[in-house]
Ligand binder design. Structure first.
Ligand SMILES: [Zn+2]
Length: 67
């Protein structure tokens, strides 16, 4: 997760959740080993802290997904 960027846009609470291993959007506890579909999703998680489901909701799965 990029703390500086998250803090800069005012996501303090979200940062706390992420630091406890929870998705800042849905509060789901994230298992980094199992919850992600591929390395792209894991990379996104490192940036935003979002779980796979929320990544799908927010980014959609059309642009960077191969079915
Ligand atoms: Zn989520």
């Amino acid at each position: 997760m990029n703390k500086k960027i998250m803090e800069a846009v005012g996501f303090k609470k979200e940062i706390e959740k992420v630091e406890h291993g929870c998705c800042p959007f849905c509060n789901k506890k994230i298992d980094e080993e199992k919850d992600f579909r591929d390395s792209l999703s894991r990379k996104e998680f490192k940036i935003s802290g979002l779980c796979q489901n929320c990544q799908d909701k927010i980014f959609g799965n059309k642009t960077r997904r191969n079915k």
